[in-house]
Design a protein around this ligand. Structure first.
Ligand SMILES: [Zn+2]
Length: 257
């Protein structure tokens, strides 16, 4: 069994060679062919889901659809949407949920937001499978549906957990918008040192892990606030440690003298 620590040190180099852009191009093509977007409940979402499931299956995973319905006020009808979940081996007692939303807004293809997070998660899953990493704790890869409709997918997932399953969820790492053009490296402010609102216990350790990684590789990084705007929020409210990365959306990076 390969030692996990050794493998983790190889991640950056390994990822530099991986075709993350290929996933962005594939999801852009899907949006182009399906009316310009990949919104939950549409054909663009379904095609995106099949793409992700194919990738996971090819890597040896068994993805499942976590289906639920919600009342669509605009359509005045029940609408069915779903998350995609795929697990590694490892103990379920301390499950690590690595998630990002698969749906886009209705106004566009959703490439930074959030094909980028999807690409990073697919490649993480593939890398783990190909290198034969045997995680001690189970990693659950989650592709949320309906983030752009009030965090529907992640909220439904957390609501469906019983007390025991909540206790077994060690943390949620969220990837939403990780390929911003003109992007910065933002780490969620787990300890509250920058924005005053710390995440649940354990969130500080997640922030520290990312911080140390960037520092070790001489990459500048900043904290970003938990503003409730992405899928970590239902986990945070359930008292589960949360963290993750973000590269920016509407702000413009400028030089600070
Ligand atoms: Zn997003």
């Amino acid at each position: 069994m390969p030692a996990l620590g050794v493998k983790a040190g190889e991640v950056r180099e390994a990822f530099a060679k991986r075709n993350l852009i290929g996933h962005l191009q594939a999801l852009q093509k899907i949006a182009d062919e399906e009316g310009g977007n990949r919104t939950a409940g549409t054909s663009g979402y379904e095609a995106s889901a099949r793409y992700v499931e194919d990738q996971l299956r090819a890597a040896g995973y068994t993805p499942i659809r976590h289906v639920f319905t919600y009342w669509d006020e605009d359509q005045e009808a029940d609408r069915e949407i779903f998350n995609i979940l795929a697990d590694t081996a490892g103990s379920e007692e301390h499950t690590i949920v690595v998630g990002g939303h698969l749906d886009s807004v209705s106004e566009g293809p959703g490439i930074n937001d959030n094909a980028s997070g999807v690409a990073a998660i697919i490649e993480t899953a593939r890398w783990m499978a190909e290198t034969g990493v045997q995680p001690k704790n189970r990693v659950r890869f989650a592709f949320w549906g309906g983030e752009e409709i009030d965090l529907l997918g992640s909220q439904h997932y957390v609501d469906a957990l019983n007390q025991r399953e909540i206790a077994q969820t060690a943390l949620n790492s969220n990837l939403d918008m990780v390929a911003s053009p003109n992007g910065g490296r933002f780490i969620h402010d787990g300890d509250g040192s920058r924005y005053g609102d710390a995440g649940p216990p354990g969130s500080q350790e997640i922030e520290t892990l990312f911080r140390d990684y960037f520092a070790k590789n001489s990459l500048p990084a900043e904290a970003t606030v938990f503003d409730g705007g992405s899928d970590y929020e239902p986990f945070l409210r359930a008292g589960i440690a949360v963290g993750g990365l973000f590269t920016g959306d509407v702000g413009t990076k400028r030089q600070i003298k």
